[in-house]
Write a protein of this length. Sequence first.
Length: 201
Amino acid sequence: MEAQMAINIIARFLSIVTTLYSLLCIVRVFLTWIPNQGTRSRNNWLARITDPYLDFFSRLSLFRAERLDFSPIAALAVLSVASITFATIATTGFVTLGFILSLLLQAAWSVVAFLLSFYAVCAVVRLIGYTARLGRLKSLWDILDVALNRVLYRINHFIYRRKAVTYLQGLVTGAVVLVVLRVAGGLLIKLLSSLLVSLPF
């Protein structure tokens, strides 16, 4: 009984620590978006605490696309899984392997789902701009093209192989594929998560 109580207390403490650390990481990420805020001396303590963890994910090319860096999303997803796992142990006294696998699956999917949603929105916005011929927003279209080029190339190369396609056709195809992957993937992950949670071990 005492051992179980000690485990619950430790788990609750670790859940609180990971949640607070997640908040610090979020603050750090927001500060890097503000010019001259991320490097000021008063913020150095925050950088020393969070940067080693965030930099680990930032070095992974999987979460980078041209000038965009999605690594903070992955870093926060991992912390979220850890916090939920500790909170579950603190509440129930145990956690099943199926539950942990379900959490890991959902965390991984949350990163992928965000990327799919982000690129799908960019593709749809770019498609609207292209068909409406809104040339006065050229700087915005250039930014979206930079963000989308690699993703659209891979999608169209997979579907059309070496067949030449127009920019509009490639844009429509990319947008449709991204939306379908987002919706179908969400349904599949929901089903798999339910199956994992129901495992008896």
